[in-house]
Write a protein that binds this ligand. Structure first.
Ligand SMILES: *[C@@H]1O[C@H](CO)[C@@H](O)[C@H](O)[C@H]1NC(C)=O
Ligand SMILES: *[C@@H]1O[C@H](CO)[C@@H](O)[C@H](O)[C@H]1NC(C)=O
Length: 405
C-alpha cells in the first residue's frame, strides 16, 4: 500500500503553506511515513510525454478509513493521481487505528514547523519575557467574527450591534439567537473583564505578567480597560516583538508568533473553545509537549455565577468561581471523552507506554532514526524497479520548482 501513497498532490501544502511553514522540514520529517513530491510527474504514452493529470474527488466529511483504502485507492490506481478537495475534516477524528492517529501527531507536532525567522522571533520574545520570570499567555477571542457567530451582542452599543448583525447575516446561516440563553449554555466568548475576574479569583494578582494573543478586540479599549486595571503587566507581539513583524505577510506571521509564544508560555488560557483552531491546536500541542498547564474556563458552569454578580447577587463570587475552576484538569493527562477532540487531546494514542503488552504501543528504541533509516533504505532497494518512476518524479519536481521560483 505504501507505494500507492507516494504521490501526494498538495497544492495547499506548497502554495499557501510556503509563507509561514518550513516546507523542507515537513518533507524530511515525514520521510519514513510518506514520500512527498512537489509536482506531478510527466508520463509518456505513444512516444509523447505529458504532465500527469490528477483526478478530482470530493471526500465525504468525516469519512471512515475504509473510504480511503477502498474507493480513493482504487481511483488512484486508475488515474495515477487523485486530488482530494476540500480536505479539512475529511477523515473521521476517531479512527480505530492508533498508528494512523500517531501519524497525525507526527504531522501536527513534528512535521509542521514555522519558518526559521518566525521561530527566531518567537524565541526572542519568550526569552525576553522569561528573563523576568514566569508568564502567562491568553488567547482572547473577543473578535468580531466570533461574537457575530456566537450571537452574543447585547453587551454592545446599538452601532456595534448593527455591525455584528450585518456580519452575521452576510457570513452565517440565519438562526434566532437570544443572548441570555446563549450565554447560559456557555456559548459566548468570555469578555476580557470576565477572564480577569476568573484569574483574580484563582489568586493571580496584579504582578502577573501576561502575553495577549488576539486579533483586533471588538469594542476596543472600553472592554480592555477593566482587564488592564486588574493586570497591568500586559504584553503582545507588537510591544515585545521586533517592528518588522507588523508588515509581514497578511498577518499570518503575527499569528504564527502568537502561537509559538502561547505554546512556550508557562500557563495558557484559552477563552473560547468553539471553532477556534488556534486555541484548540494549542491545547493539543501543549498537552503533547508534556502536559503544560492550561487554565480552561468552563464557561457553562461559570455563566450563572457571572449573571448573579451582574444582578447584584455577588456574595461568595470568588469562592464559587474557584469551585468551578478546581474541577477542571489544567491540561493534565486525562482520557479523551466525546465531544473532546483528538486535536485537543491525543492521549493516549500519541503517548508511548514503556510497560505495554501491545508492542505497537511501546516506546521506540533510542536509535529510532537509524532503525527507520535502514528500513527505508532496504525498502527502496527492494522496490527499486517500481520506485524508479516516483524517484524520477521527485527529481523532476525539484527541478521545476527551482526553475519557477
Ligand atoms: C497592585 O496591588 C497592590 C494592592 O493590592 C497595590 O498596592 C499596587 O499599587 C498594585 N500595583 C499596580 C502596578 O497596580
Ligand atoms: C499591543 O499593545 C500595545 C501597547 O499596550 C497596544 O497599543 C496595541 O494596540 C496592542 N496591539 C494589539 C494587536 O493588540
Amino acid at each position: 500500500m505504501l507505494r500507492w501513497c507516494c504521490l501526494i498532490w498538495t497544492q495547499i501544502l506548497f502554495g499557501g503553506m510556503r509563507g509561514i511553514y518550513d516546507v523542507e522540514h515537513f518533507i524530511k520529517s515525514l520521510r519514513y511515513d510518506v514520500r512527498i513530491v512537489r509536482s506531478l510527474p510527466e508520463i509518456s504514452s505513444n512516444g509523447k510525454t505529458k504532465k500527469m493529470k490528477s483526478y478530482q474527488i470530493r471526500p465525504p466529511r468525516d469519512a471512515p478509513l475504509s473510504w480511503y483504502t477502498t474507493f480513493a485507492l482504487e481511483m488512484m490506481k486508475q488515474h495515477g493521481a487523485i486530488y482530494l478537495t476540500p480536505f479539512s475534516h475529511r477523515l473521521a477524528e476517531e479512527i480505530d487505528n492508533p498508528e494512523l492517529q500517531r501519524l497525525r501527531c507526527r504531522v501536527n507536532y513534528h512535521a509542521l514547523r514555522f519558518k526559521p525567522h518566525i521561530m527566531q522571533i518567537s524565541s526572542e520574545i519568550v526569552n525576553k519575557l522569561r528573563a523576568q520570570g514566569h508568564f502567562m499567555s491568553i488567547h482572547l477571542r473577543f473578535e468580531m467574527d466570533m461574537l457575530a457567530f456566537a450571537g452574543c451582542i447585547d453587551i454592545f452599543t446599538p452601532e456595534e450591534q448593527k455591525i455584528l448583525i450585518k456580519y452575521r447575516k452576510e457570513n452565517f446561516a440565519e438562526k434566532e439567537l437570544v443572548y441570555r440563553e446563549r450565554r447560559l449554555i456557555g456559548k459566548c466568548p468570555l469578555t476580557p473583564e470576565e477572564v480577569g475576574l476568573i484569574l483574580r479569583s484563582m489568586g493571580f494578582d496584579n504582578s502577573t505578567r501576561i502575553y495577549l494573543a488576539s486579533g483586533e478586540l471588538f469594542g476596543g479599549e472600553r472592554f480592555m480597560k477593566p482587564f488592564r486595571e486588574m493586570f497591568p503587566h500586559l504584553e503582545n507581539h507588537s510591544s515585545v516583538g521586533p517592528e518588522k513583524l507588523e508588515e509581514n505577510a497578511r498577518g499570518l506571521a503575527g499569528s504564527a508568533v502568537d502561537y509559538m509564544v502561547c505554546l512556550l508560555s508557562d500557563i495558557f488560557v484559552p477563552t473560547y473553545d468553539g471553532p477556534s483552531n488556534f486555541a484548540n491546536n494549542l491545547m493539543g500541542h501543549r498537552l503533547y509537549y508534556g502536559f503544560r498547564t492550561i487554565i480552561q474556563p468552563d464557561r457553562k458552569a461559570l455563566a450563572p455565577i457571572f449573571v448573579d454578580r451582574e444582578e447584584g447577587r455577588g456574595s461568595g463570587f470568588e469562592e464559587r468561581v474557584r469551585q468551578v475552576m478546581y474541577r477542571t484538569n489544567f491540561g493534565g493527562p486525562h482520557k479523551r471523552v466525546r465531544p473532546e477532540s483528538f486535536y485537543t487531546n491525543s492521549w493516549p494514542e500519541c503517548f508511548c507506554q514503556p510497560e505495554s503488552k501491545n508492542p505497537k504501543d511501546k516506546c521506540p528504541p533510542e536509535n529510532v532514526v537509524e532503525v527507520l533509516g535502514s528500513q527505508l533504505q532496504s525498502e527502496e532497494s527492494e522496490g527499486s524497479e517500481e520506485g524508479k518512476d516516483a524517484n524520477q518524479a521527485a527529481a523532476t519536481g525539484r527541478a521545476e520548482e527551482e526553475g519557477s521560483t
